[in-house]
Design a protein around this ligand. Structure first.
Ligand code: NCD
Length: 313
């Protein structure tokens, strides 16, 4: 495998290899010298056409821990039309000898164009494309679920995960649905009908409009940010109504199983999809997710640039 564009491209073996490699990378964190020489002399470009805090910094830390040179290219604000600007940028990166390009773009499919248009030879890693996919986020979520909920074999088979909120605009939800299903977890999407995509019944997971009805049965709930910047119309009557029906607050959290956990990819809208109390509860694992993100991205860079074996699928 050369690129990581979608979690739908990962076989079970690929996904487990990435998660196991990430666990090995995590062991590095306990050492005084946190660096591996593996990618010395290789150049990783962070090409971000959309805002990001966590993901960009996480890729930067991951690449640096593997001793790669890192270039941060914030392309937001360009006046050139999107297709042209992506091509011109790609040609520039090719001329500079980029070995990997980590790309975030507001248009779904932009990383595919970059990977398959013959503009560059570099490995392309999708760091979020429009409302489509965000594969390393799903991998770090799976890593976090595994750390808390998997049995001794590390399998997530049968683990029940609800993905709650703005599924329509969420690349995190799409990537998680593919990956969690590959790993054998049981996924339930919970959202108002207006925030579910057309054709969601073909995704192969359960769908509910009633958060309270499904909450007690979940091992984990993944709260999604309401993506105001992608909404050009009203998808729900008011913030208050949304948070009353689909937000996770303390009384609602009290109905969850005592060992169940809460994830959120960040950035959180405190008071909207998650209350401040729940965000700061010990069973909410947002900070741990960020730490795990570095390990997972190290594993992805290591395997893709170091030569991940072609999977049989
Ligand atoms: C997510 C994203 O950008 O897709 N954030 C992230 O990468 N941590 C989710 C979001 O913006 O809601």
């Amino acid at each position: 495998m050369k690129h990581l564009l979608s979690t739908a491209d990962l076989s079970l073996e690929d996904a487990v290899l990435i998660l196991d490699t990430a666990a090995e990378m995590a062991l590095l964190t306990d050492r005084e010298v946190k660096k591996l020489p593996t990618l010395r002399g290789r150049t990783v470009v962070n090409l971000f056409f959309e805002d990001s805090t966590r993901t960009r910094i996480s890729f930067e830390v991951a690449a640096k821990r593997l001793s790669a040179d890192v270039i941060n290219f914030a392309a937001k604000g360009s006046s050139i039309s999107k297709g042209e600007s992506l091509k011109d940028t790609a040609l520039t990166l090719q001329a500079m000898g980029a070995d990997a390009v980590v790309v975030r773009h507001p248009s779904s499919g932009a990383p595919y164009r970059l990977a398959h248009a013959d503009w560059i030879d570099a490995t392309v890693i999708n760091a979020g494309d429009g409302t489509h996919e965000h594969p390393t986020q799903a991998l770090l979520d799976a890593y976090t679920l595994r750390a808390h909920l998997a049995g001794p074999t590390g399998s997530l088979r049968g683990v029940r995960v609800a993905i709650v909120g703005d599924v329509l605009h969420s690349r995190v939800a799409r990537s998680n649905v593919h990956l969690l299903q590959t790993l054998g977890a049981k996924v339930t999407l919970v959202a108002p009908p207006t925030l579910l995509p057309i054709g969601v019944e073909q995704w192969g997971c359960a769908v509910s409009y009633d958060f309270d009805e499904v909450l007690a049965d979940q091992d984990a709930v993944m709260m999604l940010r309401v993506q105001g910047e992608r909404m050009n119309q009203a998808f729900f009557p008011s913030t208050l109504e949304y948070s009353r029906l689909y937000g996770l607050d303390t009384p609602r959290m009290a109905t969850m199983g005592t060992n169940s956990i809460v994830l959120h990819p960040g950035p959180m809208n405190r008071g909207m999809e998650i209350s401040a109390d729940v965000a700061d509860d010990p069973r909410s694992l947002m900070v741990e997710q960020v730490t795990n993100g570095v390990h997972v991205r190290m594993a992805v860079l290591y395997l893709l640039l170091g030569g991940m074996k072609e999977s049989a699928s």
